[in-house]
Every structure is written in structure tokens, then in C-alpha cells.
Ligand binder design. Structure first.
Ligand code: PYC
Length: 413
């Protein structure tokens, strides 16, 4: 062990540096109140302060910083979507992610791995080709690869034809990456707090104050707060909070479970996804296999874990990696995925003036964090909808102008 590390560990003269201050008293008024101290809410606060010099901002959360869906996702970053608007948006996000450790001066452990979406059926191969064509047209590195090429990219995968679902090919997306999800929330929190933003954990919003059709503040468990505008960024509770503001969202909320294995020597470089087997799997820098599958097939606001999920998932993981038979599952958890009918998010204005929505992320909110924060901040600061997020407006559902992004989901939901 290096001498410097021993010295650091033993000395009381090297205190932990706390970059974000303890929770302050709530002020009676802010320019902006952001509901939700997950990655999205904190990124919005950070870019409001950094890009627009708007710092009289409170980020309030019923729990702790980054404790909702930010803490519960499997941290995959990719831009191999199906619709042109989706591809452009997630590509902007991926580009921001690449430089985020530097931007925030905080190591988010961004690790480019490459992303393989396996195709076990002709229909899945067809969707892969479709995605590859849309992706390439927009300058994204994605291509359909054969089983021989898959064997070169990820030699540990079981490519035997003698299984239930032999692998016929895959969509290979080289920029696919993973990052440390908590670090993303912490980095944005610290960057925002350094610039004067207040972060208020354990401060639950119990009502939205609406006067003359406009949001004017929020009721919280720590008192009433008035504000110029409200941003709702509460993945997993979007319909509930929008209900407090007096409108409905086209969202169904269902649990999305995941788990990690005991740490193993690094063997899995790539992020592997199988739609037919309902599996995604990657290996974290700690050596744990991070694994997940489809959403539970019912609506529920509970983050409990089920044996049924683990058993089903493991059966499928073992078909892809049979040598993992004796590996133990160490932790299991669930997040709540706010699913829209077209599998695309809702960003922008709401039926209530000065009340902005960042919702409906389904199973892909984490990878959107930097782009969503950037464009939501632009919107709040200028009052105009940035072109990049205009297609994701809530009123697309009134115009029958939905997305059709389902084919870009990692697994069937
Ligand atoms: O969109 O890559 C993805 C993903 C993986 C797990 C949940 N969503």
C-alpha cells in the first residue's frame, strides 16, 4: 500500500472534504423550486447556475440526494435509439457524459464498454438493422454484427446453436458505456451547491400552489415556499406530483428490478443485452455483475424485491453465460419506472403555467441526465422550449404525434 495512503488513513489532519453544505433553513421564496434531488433535478439546478447564473434555487426531495431512481438503475449509457429525435437527444447526452468527470471535477467512473443487443429471432435482427440504419444516418456508431464477430467482441458469451434461443446476430454500439450513478448525483449536487443552489433533503412536497392557472409555490413538510417557477423531476412519482398540480399524465408506474452478483475478476468487457431473454448485464469496476430485466407486469409503487424476478433472470443469464452457475447474487432492489404509451419521455411545459415537467423516463432516465438537465435549465431560464426537447412535449399526446421508441428498449416491457 502506498505510504501516502497509510498516512492519509491514520492522520486526523486529513478530514473528509464536505463540498456541499449542511441543509439550510428553507427561505420563504426562491426563483426556482426543483422537486426531486435525483440526477435530473440536480443537473437542472447545476446548469441553471452555471449557464444562466440563476442561483436562487431550492432543490427539495422527500428522501436523500440521489436516493430514488438514480440509485436504482443499472447505469447504462447509449444512444442507439430507434427514432431520429431519440437518437439526437441521447447522443447529446452521451457526449456530455464523456466529459462529465472533468466538468464536475468529480470522478463519475465513466467507462466505455461497447454495447451488444443480441438478436435471437429474425424479427429482432430486422429491428437491429432498422436501428443501425437510423443510427448511422445520424452519425452514430452502430452496426449489425454476425455471431463470428460477436465471438471476437465478447468471447465469454455462449454462442452455441444448441440452446433455446441461439444468437443470430447483434446490434453493436461501440460508444455504449457505464458510469457510477451515485457519483453523477453527488457531482451535480456539489457543483450546484458551490454555485449557491440550496439542496433540501427530507423535505417532502405535499401540495403545489396554483393561482390563476400558474404555479406560485409548493407546500412542504417544512413549510410553504413561494417561487417564480417549479420544475418537477420526480421519476417514479411523476403522476402523483402532477396530480397535486391538478393534471393527469399518460403514465403507468411499474417496478423495475435489478441485482448485482458477488464481485468477480473482470471478464465481461461489453454491456450485453438480450431482448428475447429479457436480460441486460454488465460488469462494474468493482467486479460485480449488474443485471436486470423487464419491468414487473403490473402497476405498483413499491420498491420490494421478488424471488420470482431473480429466478427468471438468472435462468436467462445462465443461458448466455453458463459458467456463472455458482456465482451468488449479493443485492437486489427495484426502482419505479414511469412508462409512457410511446416509450419516450415528457419534457417541457405542462397545463399549469410556470410548472415544467421532466417525467415519463420509463427505463432510460439515467442516460439522459446531462442533456435533460441542460435543456430543462435552458427552458426555465429563457421561457422558450429548446429545439432538442420540443418533440418530447406533453401535448404530443393530444396531437396524436407519438414516438414509437419501444423497439429501442433494452428488453421487452
Ligand atoms: O436503456 O439501456 C437501457 C436500460 C438498461 C436497463 C434499463 N434501461
Amino acid at each position: 500500500m502506498p505510504f501516502g495512503l497509510i498516512k492519509y488513513g491514520l492522520s486526523s489532519r486529513y478530514p473528509v472534504i464536505r463540498k456541499f453544505p449542511a441543509r439550510p433553513e428553507l427561505k420563504p421564496r426562491y426563483d426556482v423550486v426543483i422537486i426531486g434531488a435525483g440526477g435530473h433535478g440536480l443537473a437542472t439546478a447545476y446548469y441553471l447556475a452555471k449557464h444562466h447564473n440563476i442561483t436562487n434555487v431550492a432543490v427539495v426531495d422527500k428522501g436523500y440526494v440521489g436516493g430514488g431512481n438514480t440509485a436504482r438503475n443499472t447505469a447504462i449509457i447509449r444512444s442507439n435509439y430507434l427514432t431520429p429525435d431519440g437518437v439526437k437527444f441521447y447522443d447529446a447526452s452521451l457526449r456530455l457524459f464523456k466529459d462529465l468527470s472533468h466538468e464536475l471535477d468529480f470522478n463519475i467512473m465513466y467507462s466505455e464498454r461497447g454495447h451488444l443487443t443480441l438478436a435471437h429471432t429474425d424479427a429482432a435482427l430486422r429491428t437491429s438493422r432498422w436501428r443501425a440504419e437510423v443510427n448511422k444516418h445520424l452519425g452514430i456508431d452502430s452496426e449489425v454484427v454476425s455471431p463470428e464477430e460477436i465471438a471476437r467482441i465478447e468471447p465469454t458469451l455462449n454462442l452455441s446453436p444448441n440452446v433455446r434461443y441461439p444468437i443470430l446476430g447483434a446490434l453493436h454500439h461501440r460508444p455504449g458505456a457505464i458510469a457510477r450513478h451515485d457519483a453523477v448525483a453527488w457531482g451535480y449536487a456539489m457543483g450546484a451547491a458551490e454555485r449557491g443552489v440550496e439542496i433540501h433533503p427530507d423535505t417532502e412536497v405535499t401540495d403545489i400552489l396554483v393561482e390563476g392557472g400558474a404555479a406560485t409555490g409548493v407546500e412542504t413538510t417544512r413549510g410553504t415556499v413561494r417561487c417564480g417557477c417549479v420544475v418537477q423531476a420526480v421519476a417514479g412519482s411523476s403522476s402523483l406530483v402532477a396530480g397535486m398540480a391538478g393534471f393527469k399524465l399518460p403514465i403507468r408506474s411499474m417496478p423495475l428490478q435489478a441485482c448485482v452478483s458477488q464481485p468477480l475478476k473482470p471478464f465481461l468487457d461489453t454491456i450485453v443485452v438480450s431482448g428475447s431473454l429479457h436480460v441486460y448485464i454488465s460488469q462494474s469496476s468493482r467486479g460485480e455483475l449488474v443485471m436486470g430485466g423487464a419491468t414487473d407486469p403490473y402497476q405498483l409503487y413499491s420498491t420490494r424485491s421478488t424471488l420470482d424476478f431473480t429466478e427468471g433472470l438468472m435462468g436467462h443469464v445462465l443461458e448466455l453465460f453458463p459458467f456463472l452457475g455458482n456465482v451468488r447474487v449479493m443485492r437486489q432492489w427495484a426502482g419505479i419506472a414511469d412508462m409512457t404509451p410511446d416509450f419516450a419521455p415528457i419534457m417541457g411545459e405542462s397545463p399549469v403555467r410556470n410548472y415544467y415537467l421532466d417525467a415519463g423516463w420509463g427505463t432510460w432516465g439515467f442516460k439522459a441526465t446531462p442533456a435533460c438537465g441542460t435543456y430543462m435549465a435552458d427552458m426555465v431560464a429563457t421561457g422558450r422550449t429548446p429545439d432538442m426537447i420540443a418533440p418530447f412535449a406533453l401535448e404530443r399526446f393530444q396531437r396524436f404525434d407519438q414516438f414509437g421508441e419501444r423497439g429501442a428498449a433494452s428488453v421487452g416491457h
